[in-house]
Design a binder for this molecule. Structure first.
Ligand SMILES: *[C@@H]1O[C@H](CO)[C@@H](O)[C@H](O)[C@H]1NC(C)=O
Ligand SMILES: *[C@@H]1O[C@H](CO)[C@@H](O)[C@H](O)[C@H]1NC(C)=O
Length: 244
């Protein structure tokens, strides 16, 4: 379906299903120069698009999240699936084409809570707390309230500290680990003596992540500059955004 036709279709569907009030359209756009396999795991509400699909470079796919839906979204790379969807991915793997679990870190996560009521706020954020594999940007469109751009403005793999790098067989950096995963230390994981907002603060590593993705969680207590609200909006989720 062409973009215009599919948008018209979604509009009609929204009108006829009577959920115009606060259902959100989630548009997935692939600006990476390669195929990614978006993964979706629902926290509340139905599994969208069977929990995963293939998105070729330059393509856009639109899904509807009903009021009250919540979930996590990420991109998988380097996947090989057979015709029944069995197979593995180099980054972000979640068991099969249709996710049967969480994504294998390091993985960049986008998270959504779609409001139940018309005037209530949706929540959304991008998180690098589990590391980074593909840049994600979230544009909230057509809503009111805060509605800021969330996520990345640059690729972090090209700029990942050596001790955090995950490389493929040709030696290219395909993902960047969180310092927590790489060193398993309480200071980086906000654990034990560092388990409160007062005792766990930014580190040289989270600062590094913050440069590529200024409006994303770079460590667990990074709420102020990372968690956004918007009412009545749709969302454009861009993989490999270059600017906000
Ligand atoms: C390794 O990653 C680079 C960059 O993403 C890619 O161009 C290359 O094809 C990958 N190598 C293999 C063997 O997959
Ligand atoms: C996000 O929205 C802004 C303003 O509407 C626009 O200028 C920008 O290009 C959008 N970003 C992406 C990645 O589409």
């Amino acid at each position: 379906m062409g973009k215009e036709i599919s948008e018209l279709f979604l509009l009609l569907l929204l009108i006829y299903s009577g959920t115009t009030a606060s259902a959100a359209i989630l548009s997935f756009e692939n600006q990476c120069g390669y195929t990614v396999w978006p993964a979706i795991v629902s926290g509340n509400g139905p599994t969208l698009r069977d929990g995963g699909f293939s998105l070729a470079a330059g393509k856009l796919v639109q899904l509807i999240a009903d009021p009250g839906w919540s979930g996590r979204v990420w991109a998988r790379t380097g996947c090989n699936f057979d015709s029944s969807g069995n197979g593995k991915c180099l980054t972000g793997d979640c068991g099969s084409l249709n996710c049967i679990g969480d994504g294998q870190p390091p993985v960049t996560l986008a998270r959504f809570i779609i409001a139940l009521g018309t005037t209530d706020n949706n929540f959304y954020d991008v998180s690098l707390v589990d590391g980074y594999n593909v840049g994600i940007g979230i544009n909230a469109t057509g809503g009111t309230s805060d509605c800021q751009y969330a996520g990345c403005i640059a690729d972090l793999n090209g700029n990942c500290p050596p001790e955090l790098q995950v490389v493929n067989v040709s030696g290219s950096v395909v993902a960047c680990k969180s310092a927590c995963e790489a060193f398993n230390a309480a200071q980086f994981c906000c654990a034990d003596d560092y388990s409160t907002p007062q005792t766990c603060s930014r580190t040289q590593y989270s600062e590094h992540f913050k440069k590529a993705c200024p409006n994303a969680y770079s460590y667990p207590y990074d709420d102020v500059s990372s968690r956004f609200t918007c009412s009545g909006s749709n969302y454009l989720i861009t993989f490999c955004p270059t600017e906000s």
